[in-house]
Design a binder for this molecule. Structure first.
Ligand code: HPA
Length: 259
């Protein structure tokens, strides 16, 4: 299982045992993160009895990287054998029914970043030129995560995530438009990584930590610090959920084999 840990979600990596870390700076060609709250190392260890490779910290398009560069770490996880990938992030809640501090399972996404990691020559060994995106987020993993959240007494909303380029946050008019597009949560990552992962045939689960409400008609100022603080508070819930998901993941494969 692979794991990408977003802003303020470093606490999830603390649940990983028997680990070894490799700083991104020691991985040739890997883009380096310049943002506070993005640790920057690959942790190999065990979570809920599963072998995991966790990317602790990611780079974003707003740092000046292309989508292909920003998705290179996900490509590396695939090359290291990861076939089930969990993408996490901090996101603003566009759905007025969703509360700050809760988690949302991604059921679909809108890539509004203006970039694709597949731009340029296609690497045939990774995947097809025109990959199908009709089912990026594995419904069985959504169901499995929902069941585990229920068992643990955690709120896990479900919804559509929209990726914008950032780094600026949204105007009220933009927030209203994104809501009308059908998005429930908004952030600056994940959709491009999901495209790269789907291109390679990986099975995906996405969990957003809703750090703030982002509503056009009662707009509140949002700071990066607030996003990090709220994410680190909800990170314990995220950690508990992902550990539980890891524990039951082998059962999902067995039931798929039987089907
Ligand atoms: N907008 C965009 N990105 C974000 C937000 C937001 O409100 N919160 C956390 N990341």
């Amino acid at each position: 299982m692979g794991l990408v840990l977003g802003s303020g979600l470093g606490a999830v990596s603390e649940r990983i045992t028997e680990f070894q870390d490799l700083p991104y700076s020691q991985i040739p060609g890997l883009p380096q993160s310049s943002i506070e709250g993005h640790g920057g190392f690959l942790r190999a260890g065990t979570l809920g009895g599963q072998s995991v490779l966790a990317l602790c910290g990611r780079v974003h398009l707003y740092e000046g990287y292309t989508a292909a560069e920003a998705c290179l770490p996900v490509r590396i996880l695939y090359e290291l054998g990861v076939r089930t990938l969990v993408l996490t992030n901090a996101a603003g809640a566009l759905n007025p029914l969703f509360s700050a501090g809760t988690l949302m399972c991604v059921t679909d996404h809108i890539n509004f970043s203006g970039q694709s990691p597949l731009t340029g020559p296609n690497a045939e060994e990774w995947g097809p030129r025109f990959p199908d995106l009709s089912r990026v987020w594995c419904p069985r993993l959504v169901a499995l995560a929902s069941a585990q959240a229920r068992r643990l007494g955690l709120v896990l909303e479900r919804g559509v995530y929209i990726q914008v380029a950032g780094p600026n946050l949204e105007t009220p008019a933009e927030t209203r438009a994104y809501r009308q597009f059908g998005a429930d949560a908004i952030g600056m990552s994940t959709a491009t990584e999901a495209i790269a992962a789907t291109h390679m045939g990986m099975r995906l689960l996405g969990v957003s930590c809703l750090t703030n409400k982002n509503l056009p008609d009662c707009m509140a100022e949002t700071s990066h610090q607030e996003v990090l603080d709220m994410a680190s508070r909800a990170a314990q819930d995220m950690a508990q959920l992902l550990e539980a998901v890891a524990q039951v993941l082998p059962g999902l494969d067995e039931s798929a084999d039987m089907a």
